[in-house]
Every structure is written in C-alpha cells, then in structure tokens.
Ligand binder design. Structure first.
Ligand SMILES: [Zn+2]
Length: 268
C-alpha cells in the first residue's frame, strides 16, 4: 500500500517540526538506486552544508527546500523517512542525512522510492491539490467531460488531481455514492459536486487521524496512523456496508483492487 496525500502530509508536518533550520552535515548513500540520476558525490556537493528552510508537499511528493537548492522524495510503495538519533541503526536504510544531533533516514524494503535533485517546477504537470481552492466542481466537471475512462481510474491519474490513491478514491466514491466503473463523463453536475466534497472530507479526516496504516506506512517518528479504524469500504470486501448492510463487493478496475457497495453506489 502506497502512502497517499494524507500519509505524505503527516510525514511532511513531522519532518518540518524536527528538521526546520537544521544543516545537513553529511550524506551517506547505502543504495545508489535511491538517487535518481545523480551520484553520491553530486548529492554531497549539492546538499552538504545546506540548511533546510522548508518542506513542502505536492501530490505524493515531498520537496525539501534548502537555503540553496532543493530535492524531491517519492516514497512509492514502502519508503519511509524517519528522524532518528545519530547512532541508531535502521533496517533497509538507503540514504542517511546527518544533522548536528539527529539523522534523517530514507529506508525502503522494496527499493522503489527515489530521491531526485529537482525543484518544485518539476512537478508542474501534476493536477491540482484536492484540498486547495483550485480543486472545484467546475474544474473537475470540465476535465471529466473529456474522458470515457472509469471514474476510479480517472481519479487515480495524478495529472487530473494530485495525491489520491486506491484507499481514498474508494472511500470518496462510496461517500459520494458513485459506482467506480462509471465512465467519467457520465457523472451529472450534482454528482461531481458530491464527489469533490467527498474527496475533501475524506482527505481532511485522514490527515486529522495521521493517515492510514496497514502494513508499511509510518509517520516521521515511526508511529502508525489511525484512519484504518474509520474506513468505510477499503479493506472491507465481504463485510457489511455501513450504510445499507449489504455485503461489500471487490472488483478490479484498471488493474487495481476496488471495494464498493452495489446497492449504495449508483451504476448510472
Ligand atoms: Zn450500501
């Protein structure tokens, strides 16, 4: 399960508290594959001796702004960013940023996560942030009309809206009572409005509960979130719908496992 917007946002807030104004004293690279397109020497040259001025999020990406320069991290499936005491060992450590009295470790069991020597402008192609004012029913309706893809697949496309993944798309579609296989352009104006509201509500709730932890996701201090205790459909196939009591169904949409209620979520 990949960290989505609420999990990445939780990590961002934790890391900003722990690392703002801290200077990177040294960088240890234990897996060259973790650095996309740069060598260890280049990483040291670019980032060593630089102070972290801010940490931002765009979709599922974290952007570390330095006094000069920046880098971007994508955790993918199992990546973690953990603030630890200087001497502590971390399993599956791939990159370690050393500060005066602590370290930031990028650990990753499955090794899909990446660190890029990029700035925020590299992420311009991403769709709008769903919790920002720019993500409106008018915006969503204007792009939905051009797509015959299932609404679930459409919402997972980071170019349409940034930061949603399997968990929060299933939860939002359930809340808005929309069948995941509905062609995007078949949604009526009222449904689009419901969907935009549902996406914002689900994401806000998940952030306030510090994200969803099933297996791998941990916050910046290696603690679990608790939104998994409040999920309506994700991970609940075969269990009763909280709204109508019917058993929740599991199907595949665009290769992704999808849970929904056949009674509550309208097919047309
Ligand atoms: Zn139901």
């Amino acid at each position: 399960m990949m960290p989505e917007l609420p999990e990445v946002e939780t990590i961002r807030r934790d890391l900003l508290k722990a690392l703002k104004d801290e200077e990177i004293k040294a960088i240890g690279v234990y897996d060259l594959k973790a650095l996309e397109g740069i060598s260890q020497d280049e990483a040291s040259h670019l980032w060593q001796g630089k102070r972290i001025t801010d940490i931002k999020r765009r979709g599922k990406y974290l952007l570390f702004e330095l006094l000069e320069g920046s880098f971007v991290v994508h955790l993918r499936m199992t990546g973690k960013l953990l603030v630890v005491p200087l001497e502590s060992e971390v399993r599956y450590q791939r990159v370690r940023f050393v500060f005066s009295d602590k370290a930031l470790v990028f650990a990753d069991v499955r090794r899909f996560g990446r660190i890029y020597a990029l700035g925020l402008s590299a992420l311009d192609r991403l769709g709008p942030e769903p919790l920002e004012e720019e993500f409106t029913a008018q915006y969503l309706e204007s792009i939905l009309q051009k797509s015959g893809r299932p609404i679930k697949t459409f919402l997972l496309d980071q170019n349409n809206v940034a930061g949603l993944g399997n968990i929060y798309v299933d939860e939002a579609l359930f809340m808005a009572k929309i069948h995941p296989l509905r062609p995007a352009k078949s949604l009526r104006t009222g449904e689009v409005k419901e969907l935009v509201d549902a996406i914002k509500i689900v994401l806000d709730r998940a952030i306030s509960l510090r994200g969803t932890s099933f297996s791998d996701y941990r916050d910046g201090f290696d603690k679990k979130g608790s939104f998994q205790e409040h999920l309506s459909v994700y991970g609940r196939a075969g269990e009763p719908c909280i709204r109508c009591g019917r058993v929740l169904e599991k199907i595949r949409v665009g290769g992704r496992s999808t849970v929904f209620c056949y009674s509550c979520q309208k097919g047309d």
